[in-house]
Design a protein around this ligand. Structure first.
Ligand code: SF4
Length: 90
């Protein structure tokens, strides 16, 4: 998948949801680059902002999009850990 395809997949993922892609396009670009780099290196589209511990279990938790609504940063700041997804209307 290339950068624009991934951006479109994520845009579709946010449609009809209470969150959207961060309007800061350069931040979204950075996350996309990091995820695609991880896909090349590790074969999985892993979050670029969180640390792997080398186990398969942890890797599966870090596939983007993760279960970000369970993160405390979502409740406190209305964004996922990387800031890729943000609450609408904030
Ligand atoms: S924190 Fe954000 S960027 Fe990282 S995996 Fe979760 S949804 Fe993706």
């Amino acid at each position: 998948m290339n950068k624009e395809e991934l951006r479109r997949v994520w845009e579709r993922f946010t449609e009809k949801n209470d969150f959207m892609l961060n309007p800061d396009k350069s931040l979204v670009d950075m996350v996309i680059d990091g995820v695609l780099e991880n896909e090349k290196k590790h074969g999985l589209m892993l979050c670029p902002c969180r640390l792997r511990d080398g186990t398969r279990e942890k890797d599966l938790e870090l596939i983007c999009p993760c279960n970000f609504k369970a993160q405390s940063v979502w409740k406190d700041k209305g964004r996922c850990w990387c800031g890729l997804f943000v609450k609408r209307g904030e």
